[in-house]
Design a protein. Structure first.
Length: 281
């Protein structure tokens, strides 16, 4: 039985943000980020404020455009096009979820791929899938930083990604594959999830189901990255992994909160600077 070492996402993110701030200070221009929020989804409010604060701390010019819940899709597309055309704006993020009357896919496909710091545009997804340079989604990019910080060997390792979303699971699998892991993607329709997970030397859980991954799904010595942030009825926050159980078997594990979450925001800042340098550098 092992007791896992904790991968401290707050510390890794602080280090990354400090390096980015140094990069920004050395630039002859100020990278600009615009976050667009439609309506009042309560969880989004916290995310958007945290993104804005972190961007300003890193020396970026950051502003949030708050639009009313009843904004039409056409009006939102017009805002996005205006930001596409604004030379002071390097990075555009439209916060999800959007109100139901707006098609998120249409909005995401309208963002200039060069300013798409979420990496959600099909052009950026395609670049990632084909090994070309592009903007990479922030959460999976943050996971790669955490694996590096934990000293986990990726090349040749058996990696299992639990979840197949466009935001995390699919780009995560592409990044691990590009780093020479042997990658399996498992999901709600997978037969015998537990035994698939038990084969993982690296397990990335991104399903959004509280503590679904049990301690005995974890191989001895595995590295476990928990992307889930689930709010319990009692107000507590838990990941997709039973942390106490998994810690008895894993070699290294991320906590929730304080694991992947802080990395997502740090990577958004990194993508903003990368987009600005690519456009203006
Ligand atoms: N909502 C929750 N996470 C994200 C994210 O990474 N990007 C955007 N645009 N919206 C989100």
């Amino acid at each position: 039985m092992t007791t896992a070492s904790i991968i401290d996402g707050k510390e890794v993110a602080a280090g990354l943000r400090a390096r980015i701030a140094e990069r920004v200070a050395a630039l002859p221009f100020t990278p600009g980020l615009r976050v667009v929020r439609v309506g009042e989804d309560p969880a989004s409010g916290v995310y958007v404020r945290n993104k804005d604060r972190a961007a300003k701390q890193a020396g970026l010019h950051s502003a949030t455009l708050q639009l009313p819940e009843d904004t039409t899709e056409a009006a939102l597309l017009a805002v996005v096009r205006q930001l596409n055309d604004d030379p002071a704006v390097d990075a555009i993020l439209v916060q999800l979820p959007l109100p139901r009357h707006i098609r998120a896919e249409t909005v995401l496909e309208t963002i200039d791929p060069a300013k798409d710091v979420d990496g959600f545009h099909a052009v950026n997804a395609g670049r990632l899938a084909t090994g070309q340079r592009g903007l990479v989604p922030c959460t999976p990019k943050g996971v790669m930083h955490l694996l590096a910080a934990a000293g986990t060997t990726i090349a040749g390792a058996r990696a299992v990604v639990l979840g197949r979303s466009n935001i995390v699971g699919k780009p995560m699998a592409a990044l691990l594959l590009a780093a020479d892991a042997t990658v399996t993607v498992v999901h709600s329709r997978t037969r015998d999830l537990a035994s698939e997970c038990r084969r993982a030397e690296i397990l990335v859980a991104a399903v959004g189901r509280p503590e679904m991954v049990k301690g005995d799904w974890i191989a001895e010595g595995a590295t476990v990255i928990d992307v889930g942030i689930n709010r319990l009825p009692n107000g507590g926050l838990v990941g997709d992994v039973d942390f106490a159980g998994a810690s008895q078997r894993a070699a290294a594990i991320t906590p929730v909160p304080g694991g992947v979450g802080p990395m997502t925001i740090a990577c958004l800042i990194e993508n903003t600077v990368d987009a600005a340098v690519a456009r203006r550098g």
